[in-house]
Design a protein around this ligand. Structure first.
Ligand SMILES: Nc1ncnc2c1ncn2[C@@H]1O[C@H](COP(=O)(O)OP(=O)(O)OP(=O)(O)O)[C@@H](O)[C@H]1O
Length: 347
């Protein structure tokens, strides 16, 4: 399983997923969306019976239709879990409008609806068990945080929060002071912590989605492997990020919600600025303009295999936001990365 590739050059990978229409969506008019192949999507606002209007076409590394299952999405993502075990830093983030299916994709529900985070946790421990047969020893740790209104909160320390600051160090990447990093011994234990953190995440009603998540949530799993027989050690990690929904200020309700929305939009627009600066190979990349981008600095522009899942809603009322998300995702796909494996020799 441990491969020989050391440094990899590539691009940020981008998947697109379209959310299905649900029972409680009523009779909302739908965009016309088609999938010419596994990598492209065509979208137009045309209603049935209307004259042909212009279609917008987008290509990504993979597209998933309204009928896609969590298993199909995870199948594509599972290679990255293997990379984290192999000593690479990995980041997967879900981006999209409020109610477009980010939390469903990342967290999901029970059984076949289980999302990327619990599936990742189960697969890590499956790989570790297999590799222990050939002399590998692993430690796994996990942390959960959210960025809410530009303040970081530790989702494993629900009482007595301490002030948390982000630090970036060229060799070490990003660290957060006072963040609980919890050792875990099994998939069941990891899932227990995932569910504690998920329940603690800030949620509030919005006009679009009754259980909308108003914070960016970052689950980070740290995996360290040593093989005393071969005298080598690897250190990988996987960041799983469920971003807050992009939502225009005029649809957001009360004053307090407006402030939330402004902060969410600020961090998402900084994410956009960072991506554009990286694409243009600018000297200055404005990572520090928001907590989110500072936190994800090494995942966005540094040493990380990064995958963005752009989620879109199929409704005509969401068309403008969907096109904006798709354009942003197309830009992200151009960002180049160089990835190093974190390997050391045991003395
Ligand atoms: N692929 C899917 N299959 C079935 N149901 C889905 C799917 N995607 C989303 N849903 C459902 O659609 C609704 C909105 O999805 P979700 O809460 O994941 O959106 P979101 O993008 O995380 O929203 P927010 O940004 O407000 O947190 C939920 O009821 C969710 O269960």
């Amino acid at each position: 399983m441990h491969n020989l590739i050391q440094d990899l050059k590539g691009n940020i990978r981008v998947f697109c997923r379209v959310r299905p229409v649900l029972m409680d969506d009523g009779e909302k008019p739908l965009c016309r969306i088609s999938f010419p192949d596994d990598h492209s999507l065509e979208i137009s606002k045309q209603l049935s019976g209307e004259l042909e209007d212009s279609k917008s076409e987008f290509s990504f590394d993979q597209v998933f239709s309204q009928d896609s299952t969590q298993i199909e999405v995870f199948e594509e993502l599972s290679h990255l879990v293997q990379s984290a075990i192999d000593g690479y830093d990995v980041c997967v983030f879900a981006y999209g409008q409020t109610g477009s299916g980010k939390t469903y994709t990342m967290q999901g529900g029970a059984g076949s609806k289980m999302g990327m985070i619990p599936r990742t946790s189960a697969l890590i421990f499956h790989y570790i068990e297999e590799l222990s047969k050939s002399g590998w020893e692993y430690t796994v740790e996990v942390s959960f945080l959210e960025v809410y209104n530009e303040v970081i909160r530790d989702l494993l320390n629900q009482h007595g929060q301490k002030k948390m600051d982000i630090h970036y160090n060229e060799g070490k990447g990003t660290t957060v002071t006072n963040l609980t990093i919890q050792p875990v011994k099994s998939a069941a234990e990891l899932e227990k912590f995932i569910s504690v953190a998920h329940n603690f995440r800030t949620t509030a009603a919005t006009n679009f989605n009754a259980h909308s998540s108003r914070s960016h949530a970052v689950t980070k799993i740290y995996i360290a492997g040593t093989n005393p027989q071969h005298g080598i050690a690897y250190k990988g990690s996987i960041n799983l990020v469920d971003l807050a929904g992009s939502e225009s200020a005029k649809t957001s309700g009360s004053d307090c919600r407006l402030q939330e929305t402004k902060n969410i939009n600020k961090s998402l627009s900084t994410l956009g600025d960072v991506m554009y600066a990286l694409c243009n190979k600018n000297k200055h990349i404005p990572y520090r303009n928001s907590k989110l981008t500072y936190l994800l600095q090494s995942s966005l522009g540094g040493n990380s295999k990064t995958l963005m899942i752009v989620n879109i809603s199929p409704f005509v009322e969401c068309f403008r936001e969907s096109i904006q998300s798709l354009r942003f995702a197309a830009k992200v796909k151009e960002v180049k990365t160089v990835i190093k494996r974190n390997k050391s020799n045991l003395q």
